[in-house]
Design a protein around this ligand. Structure first.
Ligand code: ATP
Length: 237
Protein backbone atom coordinates (compact mmCIF):
# COMPACT_ATOMS: atom_id res chain seq x y z
CA UNK A 1 0.00 0.00 0.00
CA UNK A 2 1.26 3.45 -0.90
CA UNK A 3 -0.97 5.38 1.47
CA UNK A 4 -2.54 4.03 4.64
CA UNK A 5 -4.57 5.75 7.32
CA UNK A 6 -5.49 3.95 10.51
CA UNK A 7 -8.14 4.94 13.00
CA UNK A 8 -8.03 8.66 12.24
CA UNK A 9 -9.81 11.16 14.40
CA UNK A 10 -10.05 14.80 13.34
CA UNK A 11 -11.97 17.54 15.11
CA UNK A 12 -13.09 20.93 13.89
CA UNK A 13 -13.70 22.71 17.18
CA UNK A 14 -16.36 20.66 18.94
CA UNK A 15 -17.27 18.72 15.77
CA UNK A 16 -15.76 15.26 15.44
CA UNK A 17 -15.37 15.43 11.69
CA UNK A 18 -13.67 11.99 11.46
CA UNK A 19 -13.92 9.10 13.92
CA UNK A 20 -12.00 5.85 13.68
CA UNK A 21 -11.49 6.17 9.91
CA UNK A 22 -9.23 3.57 8.30
CA UNK A 23 -8.46 3.47 4.58
CA UNK A 24 -5.70 2.57 2.19
CA UNK A 25 -4.84 2.86 -1.48
CA UNK A 26 -2.36 0.89 -3.55
CA UNK A 27 -0.23 1.86 -6.54
CA UNK A 28 -2.33 1.93 -9.69
CA UNK A 29 -5.62 1.98 -7.80
CA UNK A 30 -8.44 4.48 -7.36
CA UNK A 31 -10.17 4.64 -3.98
CA UNK A 32 -13.55 6.42 -4.12
CA UNK A 33 -14.80 8.31 -1.05
CA UNK A 34 -18.57 8.50 -1.13
CA UNK A 35 -20.85 10.35 1.26
CA UNK A 36 -23.35 13.15 1.68
CA UNK A 37 -22.50 16.81 2.17
CA UNK A 38 -20.62 17.20 5.43
CA UNK A 39 -19.88 13.48 5.82
CA UNK A 40 -16.16 14.18 6.17
CA UNK A 41 -14.74 13.55 2.70
CA UNK A 42 -12.86 16.85 2.44
CA UNK A 43 -11.61 16.52 5.99
CA UNK A 44 -10.20 13.06 5.24
CA UNK A 45 -8.38 14.32 2.12
CA UNK A 46 -7.07 17.35 3.99
CA UNK A 47 -5.88 15.18 6.88
CA UNK A 48 -4.08 12.85 4.46
CA UNK A 49 -2.42 15.87 2.83
CA UNK A 50 -1.25 17.31 6.16
CA UNK A 51 -3.64 20.27 6.02
CA UNK A 52 -5.99 19.24 8.86
CA UNK A 53 -4.46 18.21 12.17
CA UNK A 54 -5.03 14.61 13.23
CA UNK A 55 -5.99 14.13 16.86
CA UNK A 56 -5.30 10.42 16.90
CA UNK A 57 -4.49 7.68 14.44
CA UNK A 58 -1.61 7.12 12.03
CA UNK A 59 -0.98 8.05 8.38
CA UNK A 60 1.72 6.23 6.43
CA UNK A 61 3.04 7.21 3.00
CA UNK A 62 5.30 4.59 1.38
CA UNK A 63 5.47 2.96 4.80
CA UNK A 64 6.77 6.08 6.52
CA UNK A 65 4.78 7.57 9.39
CA UNK A 66 3.85 11.08 8.18
CA UNK A 67 1.27 11.83 10.88
CA UNK A 68 1.61 15.46 11.93
CA UNK A 69 3.98 16.37 9.09
CA UNK A 70 3.38 19.68 7.34
CA UNK A 71 1.51 19.78 4.04
CA UNK A 72 4.73 20.90 2.39
CA UNK A 73 6.64 17.91 3.76
CA UNK A 74 3.90 15.54 2.60
CA UNK A 75 3.86 17.13 -0.88
CA UNK A 76 7.63 16.72 -1.15
CA UNK A 77 7.17 13.02 -0.48
CA UNK A 78 4.99 12.72 -3.57
CA UNK A 79 1.39 13.49 -2.56
CA UNK A 80 -0.69 16.19 -4.29
CA UNK A 81 -4.18 17.44 -3.41
CA UNK A 82 -6.52 19.01 -5.95
CA UNK A 83 -8.72 21.03 -3.60
CA UNK A 84 -12.47 21.50 -3.87
CA UNK A 85 -13.22 24.68 -5.80
CA UNK A 86 -9.96 24.38 -7.75
CA UNK A 87 -8.28 27.47 -6.24
CA UNK A 88 -6.58 28.63 -9.41
CA UNK A 89 -4.97 32.02 -9.90
CA UNK A 90 -7.69 33.52 -12.09
CA UNK A 91 -5.51 36.40 -13.37
CA UNK A 92 -2.57 34.19 -14.31
CA UNK A 93 -2.46 32.28 -17.56
CA UNK A 94 -3.05 28.55 -17.81
CA UNK A 95 0.69 28.06 -18.38
CA UNK A 96 1.56 30.13 -15.30
CA UNK A 97 -0.92 28.18 -13.17
CA UNK A 98 0.62 24.91 -14.33
CA UNK A 99 4.08 26.30 -13.61
CA UNK A 100 3.01 26.81 -9.98
CA UNK A 101 2.81 23.05 -9.61
CA UNK A 102 6.50 22.59 -10.51
CA UNK A 103 7.96 23.46 -7.16
CA UNK A 104 9.29 19.98 -6.50
CA UNK A 105 11.93 20.52 -9.20
CA UNK A 106 11.88 24.28 -9.77
CA UNK A 107 15.19 24.69 -11.60
CA UNK A 108 14.97 21.89 -14.11
CA UNK A 109 13.64 23.32 -17.38
CA UNK A 110 13.91 20.16 -19.45
CA UNK A 111 11.91 18.18 -16.88
CA UNK A 112 9.33 20.96 -16.66
CA UNK A 113 8.93 20.89 -20.44
CA UNK A 114 8.24 17.16 -20.33
CA UNK A 115 5.64 17.67 -17.64
CA UNK A 116 3.92 20.38 -19.66
CA UNK A 117 3.83 17.97 -22.60
CA UNK A 118 2.35 15.24 -20.41
CA UNK A 119 -0.40 17.56 -19.10
CA UNK A 120 -1.15 18.89 -22.61
CA UNK A 121 -1.28 15.28 -23.81
CA UNK A 122 -3.90 14.43 -21.19
CA UNK A 123 -5.87 17.68 -21.68
CA UNK A 124 -5.23 18.92 -25.26
CA UNK A 125 -7.51 21.94 -24.84
CA UNK A 126 -5.05 23.37 -22.30
CA UNK A 127 -2.35 23.60 -24.98
CA UNK A 128 -4.69 25.73 -27.12
CA UNK A 129 -5.55 27.94 -24.14
CA UNK A 130 -2.09 28.01 -22.54
CA UNK A 131 -1.74 31.79 -22.78
CA UNK A 132 -5.31 32.60 -21.68
CA UNK A 133 -6.07 33.78 -18.19
CA UNK A 134 -7.39 30.84 -16.18
CA UNK A 135 -10.38 32.87 -15.01
CA UNK A 136 -11.63 33.06 -18.61
CA UNK A 137 -11.95 29.26 -18.97
CA UNK A 138 -15.11 27.21 -18.40
CA UNK A 139 -15.53 25.32 -15.14
CA UNK A 140 -14.54 22.03 -16.74
CA UNK A 141 -11.43 23.52 -18.31
CA UNK A 142 -10.48 25.12 -14.98
CA UNK A 143 -10.79 21.72 -13.33
CA UNK A 144 -8.39 20.37 -15.96
CA UNK A 145 -5.94 23.14 -15.05
CA UNK A 146 -6.27 22.24 -11.35
CA UNK A 147 -5.57 18.56 -12.05
CA UNK A 148 -2.78 19.51 -14.46
CA UNK A 149 -1.17 21.76 -11.86
CA UNK A 150 -1.11 18.87 -9.38
CA UNK A 151 0.44 16.62 -12.04
CA UNK A 152 3.26 19.12 -12.67
CA UNK A 153 4.68 17.99 -9.31
CA UNK A 154 4.76 14.38 -10.60
CA UNK A 155 2.84 13.00 -7.64
CA UNK A 156 2.72 9.30 -6.91
CA UNK A 157 -0.43 9.86 -4.88
CA UNK A 158 -3.17 12.18 -6.13
CA UNK A 159 -6.08 13.28 -3.94
CA UNK A 160 -9.05 14.83 -5.75
CA UNK A 161 -11.80 16.69 -3.90
CA UNK A 162 -15.08 16.75 -5.85
CA UNK A 163 -13.54 17.18 -9.31
CA UNK A 164 -16.95 16.85 -11.00
CA UNK A 165 -18.69 19.50 -8.90
CA UNK A 166 -20.67 21.86 -11.11
CA UNK A 167 -19.31 20.43 -14.36
CA UNK A 168 -21.25 19.56 -17.50
CA UNK A 169 -21.57 15.76 -17.94
CA UNK A 170 -19.15 15.72 -20.88
CA UNK A 171 -16.43 17.21 -18.68
CA UNK A 172 -17.15 14.79 -15.83
CA UNK A 173 -16.43 11.91 -18.18
CA UNK A 174 -13.23 13.50 -19.49
CA UNK A 175 -11.86 14.22 -16.03
CA UNK A 176 -12.67 10.76 -14.68
CA UNK A 177 -11.19 9.11 -17.79
CA UNK A 178 -7.93 10.92 -17.07
CA UNK A 179 -8.13 9.84 -13.40
CA UNK A 180 -8.40 6.23 -14.56
CA UNK A 181 -5.53 6.68 -17.00
CA UNK A 182 -3.32 8.13 -14.27
CA UNK A 183 -4.04 5.15 -12.03
CA UNK A 184 -3.38 2.74 -14.90
CA UNK A 185 0.08 4.29 -15.27
CA UNK A 186 0.87 3.71 -11.58
CA UNK A 187 -0.48 6.69 -9.62
CA UNK A 188 -2.48 5.96 -6.47
CA UNK A 189 -5.66 8.07 -6.47
CA UNK A 190 -8.17 8.98 -3.77
CA UNK A 191 -11.30 10.46 -5.33
CA UNK A 192 -13.89 12.20 -3.12
CA UNK A 193 -17.16 12.60 -5.00
CA UNK A 194 -20.82 13.31 -4.42
CA UNK A 195 -21.34 11.96 -7.92
CA UNK A 196 -21.11 8.49 -6.40
CA UNK A 197 -22.08 6.38 -9.39
CA UNK A 198 -19.51 8.00 -11.69
CA UNK A 199 -16.82 7.77 -9.01
CA UNK A 200 -17.50 4.09 -8.30
CA UNK A 201 -17.43 3.26 -12.00
CA UNK A 202 -13.94 4.80 -12.14
CA UNK A 203 -12.65 3.31 -8.88
CA UNK A 204 -11.26 -0.05 -7.79
CA UNK A 205 -12.23 0.24 -4.13
CA UNK A 206 -14.70 2.44 -2.30
CA UNK A 207 -15.61 3.58 1.17
CA UNK A 208 -18.77 5.32 2.29
CA UNK A 209 -18.49 7.99 4.97
CA UNK A 210 -21.43 9.06 7.06
CA UNK A 211 -21.14 11.54 9.93
CA UNK A 212 -17.39 11.08 9.99
CA UNK A 213 -17.31 7.28 10.17
CA UNK A 214 -16.91 4.54 7.57
CA UNK A 215 -20.19 2.70 7.03
CA UNK A 216 -19.26 0.61 3.97
CA UNK A 217 -15.95 -0.61 2.58
CA UNK A 218 -15.81 -2.84 -0.49
CA UNK A 219 -14.63 -3.19 -4.07
CA UNK A 220 -16.23 -0.39 -6.09
CA UNK A 221 -18.26 -2.82 -8.21
CA UNK A 222 -19.77 -4.35 -5.05
CA UNK A 223 -20.77 -0.92 -3.73
CA UNK A 224 -22.40 -0.12 -7.07
CA UNK A 225 -24.48 -3.31 -6.72
CA UNK A 226 -25.28 -2.79 -3.01
CA UNK A 227 -28.97 -2.00 -2.40
CA UNK A 228 -28.35 0.11 0.68
CA UNK A 229 -25.61 2.19 -1.02
CA UNK A 230 -27.70 2.45 -4.15
CA UNK A 231 -30.75 3.73 -2.28
CA UNK A 232 -28.83 6.37 -0.34
CA UNK A 233 -26.05 7.51 -2.65
CA UNK A 234 -26.60 6.49 -6.26
CA UNK A 235 -29.71 8.50 -7.02
CA UNK A 236 -27.83 10.79 -9.41
CA UNK A 237 -25.11 10.24 -11.99
P1 ATP B 1 -18.66 18.63 1.38
O1 ATP B 1 -19.10 17.80 0.26
O2 ATP B 1 -19.66 19.67 1.78
O3 ATP B 1 -17.27 19.17 1.25
P2 ATP B 1 -17.56 16.68 3.13
O4 ATP B 1 -18.04 15.29 3.13
O5 ATP B 1 -16.30 16.96 2.41
O6 ATP B 1 -18.68 17.64 2.63
P3 ATP B 1 -16.33 18.00 5.36
O7 ATP B 1 -16.18 19.29 4.62
O8 ATP B 1 -15.12 17.20 5.59
O9 ATP B 1 -17.42 17.09 4.66
O10 ATP B 1 -17.02 18.33 6.77
C1 ATP B 1 -17.16 17.38 7.82
C2 ATP B 1 -17.76 18.06 9.03
O11 ATP B 1 -16.85 19.00 9.59
C3 ATP B 1 -19.05 18.84 8.74
O12 ATP B 1 -19.87 18.72 9.88
C4 ATP B 1 -18.55 20.27 8.59
O13 ATP B 1 -19.56 21.18 8.93
C5 ATP B 1 -17.41 20.31 9.59
N1 ATP B 1 -16.35 21.23 9.19
C6 ATP B 1 -15.59 21.14 8.06
N2 ATP B 1 -14.66 22.11 8.03
C7 ATP B 1 -14.81 22.82 9.17
C8 ATP B 1 -14.16 23.97 9.74
N3 ATP B 1 -13.13 24.53 9.12
N4 ATP B 1 -14.61 24.43 10.92
C9 ATP B 1 -15.64 23.83 11.56
N5 ATP B 1 -16.31 22.77 11.09
C10 ATP B 1 -15.91 22.27 9.92
Amino acid sequence: MILQAERLEVRHGATRALRDVTCEVAEGQVLALIGANGAGKSTLLRALAGLDAVRSGVIRLFGEDITGRSAHAVARRGLSLVPEGRQLFADLTVRENLQMGCYRAPGDRAAARLRFERVFGLFPVLRDFAERRAGMLSGGQQQMVAVGRALMGEPRVLLLDEPSLGLAPAYVGQILDVVRELADTGTAVVLAEQNAAAALRTADQGIVLSNGTVTHRAPAADLLADDDVSRHYLGVG
